[in-house]
Ligand binder design. Structure first.
Ligand code: NIG
Ligand code: FE
Length: 411
């Protein structure tokens, strides 16, 4: 991706509103999560790929020299959305499994019978690196059209050396933040999780550590247990990777205490988290990443979002985009679910998918806010009230997207 030259300027003028999380802190907790700054009748000036000014039209001074302009009438500017948890690197689909589940089959049973994640592993191994790169590009475009300007994506559908490394390269080449999900499932050629981890840590980690920013593990019955997750994460931490966990999706297996003990960036899912887990997360620096689409699609209880926020935990929201539990790339839909299913306000949802999601990726100093000095990544909502982001369930609410100070897509 090319970066704009230092002198390029873009003025988005006559916006109905420009909106961003109010508190300068990251991560946002408690009452700060829901506080938003709303500037009415606003402009945003981007300079050299960064945000230069955000203000009221009445206060816009005269700008000499070349300035490209976007007419913002009827639009609201928000920070570009940050999707901090996706599985966007995969081949094939699971439409047939979707039908089986619609007819009553269980997600965990399908996985135990060698379907589910392992059927995507088969398709992903067969695809080859070029087709994987094309898949990530296609998925990245879908995300962009839904307002996502920064995305994380995990490997985890290769589970062999070649395909795991190819996945991480494809994600990186397409502008994503790569996470090595080397412990997603035990592939069929291994007798058990310990034997598979012997291979993954010896043969894949050394090179994966040079490509990925973080490591992730699926800590769950039928996947990896607490000791195996600890072994995997400690090795990844020693190799310089930040740590994430898929935890408490179907059952509590100690993911939160492990995440806290290891100083993980996040523990993601939390549909099965009880009171003790809520308290432990609130007292820690670990972010709880909530994935309401996966809970909805699999008919699971929603994560205890309200209790987490009230207790002072830092929460982020993400799509979990993947071919099985969450074939949905839309953070606006996640924001609707946050408000209707998780008990969050539109402002809390916005903070959770901008500032707090950026914090999970270690980039809260550069992305997630409409404020001078931040990357000029903007969503221009096709609405005069920014709350349409959550209010318009499944609607075509994103009118245009600016990335690094350039108009990247327009409906
Ligand atoms: O986050 N639970 C583990 N992994 C993914 C689903 C992967 C799949 O079904 O392909 C998740 O939900
Ligand atoms: Fe996931």
């Amino acid at each position: 991706m090319t970066s704009p030259d230092a002198s390029s300027r873009l003025l988005v003028r006559d916006l109905a509103q420009a909106v961003t999380a109010a508190s300068p802190d990251a991560p946002l907790r408690g009452a700060d999560l829901g506080r938003v700054d709303v500037v009415e009748d606003a402009y945003v000036l981007c300079e050299g790929g960064r945000i230069g000014e955000v203000g009221r039209m009445a206060e816009l001074g005269s700008l000499g020299g070349d300035v490209e302009e976007i007419d913002g009438r009827g639009l609201c500017a928000l920070p570009g959305l940050v999707d901090c948890h996706t599985h966007a690197c995969f081949a094939g689909d699971r439409a047939a499994e979707f039908e089986l589940r619609a007819r009553g089959a269980g997600y965990e049973e399908l996985h135990a019978a060698g379907g589910g994640i392992l059927s995507t592993v088969e398709a992903t191994r067969a695809a080859g690196e070029d087709r994987l790169r094309e898949a990530v590009r296609r998925h990245r475009e879908w995300m962009l059209h839904a307002g996502t300007t920064t995305f994380e994506a995990k490997s985890g559908y290769g589970l062999d050396r070649e395909t795991e490394l190819a996945s991480l390269r494809a994600i990186k080449d397409e502008g994503g933040f790569p996470t090595w999900l080397g412990a997603h499932a035990v592939p069929p050629e291994y007798d058990g999780a310990d034997e598979y981890l012997d291979f993954a840590l010896a043969e894949v980690l050394p090179e994966a550590a040079g490509l990925a920013e973080a490591a992730d593990v699926f800590l769950e019955r039928g996947a990896f247990d607490r000791d195996q997750a600890r072994r995997y994460l400690e090795a990844c931490r020693s190799a310089g990777l930040a740590l994430r966990l898929h935890g408490d999706q179907f059952s509590e297996q100690g993911a939160i205490p492990l995440a806290v003990d290891l100083g993980a960036r996040s523990v993601d899912h939390l549909e099965a988290t009880g009171h003790d887990g809520v308290r432990a997360l609130a007292e820690s620096d670990v972010v709880g990443v909530l994935l309401p689409v996966a809970a909805l699609v699999l008919g699971r209880p929603m994560p205890p979002a309200r209790a987490l926020v009230e207790a002072g935990a830092a929460v982020a929201l993400a799509t979990d985009f993947n071919p099985g539990s969450a074939f949905c790339e839309s953070l606006p839909i996640v924001s609707s679910l946050a408000c209707t299913q998780l008990g969050l306000s539109p402002g809390e949802a916005l903070g959770a998918m901008t500032v707090n999601a950026a914090h999970v990726l270690g980039r809260a100093n550069r992305i997630g806010r409409l404020a001078p000095g931040y990357d000029a990544d903007l969503v221009l909502l096709a609405a005069t009230d920014w709350r349409h982001l959550a209010y318009h369930l499944g609607g075509e609410v994103v009118g245009a997207v600016v990335r690094s100070g350039r108009l990247e897509w327009q409906r």
